[in-house]
Design a protein. Structure first.
Length: 261
């Protein structure tokens, strides 16, 4: 009787590796963002850029800036640099040749990619939180170092728009990283291509309507200011589909099918 009982008890195969949970994978990806020398330097540059932007607004503006103004200014720095960190979150696996190890430990590539997307979203939210704290510090210092008074005005719609746009920008960086799988190529393409597109649609009068619907910078202005109407939200959706949805879909498919060496 005891022999039958032992035979019917399922046993875990010898050497079987338990797949990490998605939250654990996300924490690992977050740690990867600052484990490399490039990641640490980029984070340091982001901190310095945010501090410099706030200092410029605090000491060079003729009028006292509100919390909303400081927050908008700080997004100029994080909106450019944080997406680069999102790119490195993907491309570092390929440049450092650790992709084979990663996908050997977690064979389901979509699970790893999902963790990278969640980690990038977490970095975007942390970036907004950090800039909000720095902006609040600037408001506290305003009456101490200038003749102006502290202005804490910040609408919920404005804050929500800043958060949404930061998410879109960082995930766009991840998307370009997935599509190109090369840090230099992805960074240059992400920074140059949208800029050239913006210059083109703003200088050629016949392309104004294209800018309204497909230029992420133009479509994001009403959302960041908290005054977007139904058409404004639709324009942001179409621009996001071009600069975020399309490259991420193509990049995701490429990684799923790529030969790893």
């Amino acid at each position: 009787m005891s022999a039958v009982t032992l035979e019917t008890v399922p046993r875990r195969p010898t050497g079987a590796v338990r797949t990490p949970s998605l939250p654990r994978l996300t924490r690992v990806e977050l740690r990867k963002s600052c484990d490399t020398r490039a990641g640490r330097w980029l984070l340091a540059v982001i901190v310095l850029a945010v501090a410099g932007t706030v200092a410029l607004g605090l000491f060079t503006s003729d009028d006292a800036l509100s919390l909303s103004d400081h927050l908008q200014f700080t997004q100029l720095a994080t909106g450019v640099l944080l997406p680069v960190l999102g790119i490195l979150l993907v491309t570092s696996e390929w440049s450092q040749r650790t992709a084979m190890t990663t996908f050997a430990l977690v064979p389901r590539r979509s699970r790893v990619l999902t963790a990278k997307v969640l980690a990038a979203a977490g970095l975007a939210l942390l970036g907004v939180a950090a800039t909000l704290v720095v902006s609040a510090g600037a408001v506290v210092l305003t009456p101490l170092v200038t003749d102006g008074s502290a202005d804490w005005s910040l609408g919920a719609a404005e804050l929500g728009g800043v958060v949404l746009l930061q998410l879109v920008y960082v995930l766009s960086g991840v998307a370009f990283g997935m599509l190109l799988l090369s840090s230099p190529l992805a960074i240059v393409t992400y920074l140059v291509l949208p800029t050239v597109f913006t210059v083109l649609v703003t200088t050629v009068g016949a392309l104004d309507w294209v800018g309204d619907w497909l230029d992420l910078t133009t479509a994001g202005v009403p959302v960041a200011e908290g005054g977007a109407d139904a058409q404004g939200w639709l324009q942001l959706a179409t621009a996001s589909a071009l600069w975020l949805g399309l490259p991420m879909a193509l990049g995701w498919l490429r990684i799923e099918r790529a030969e790893i060496s």
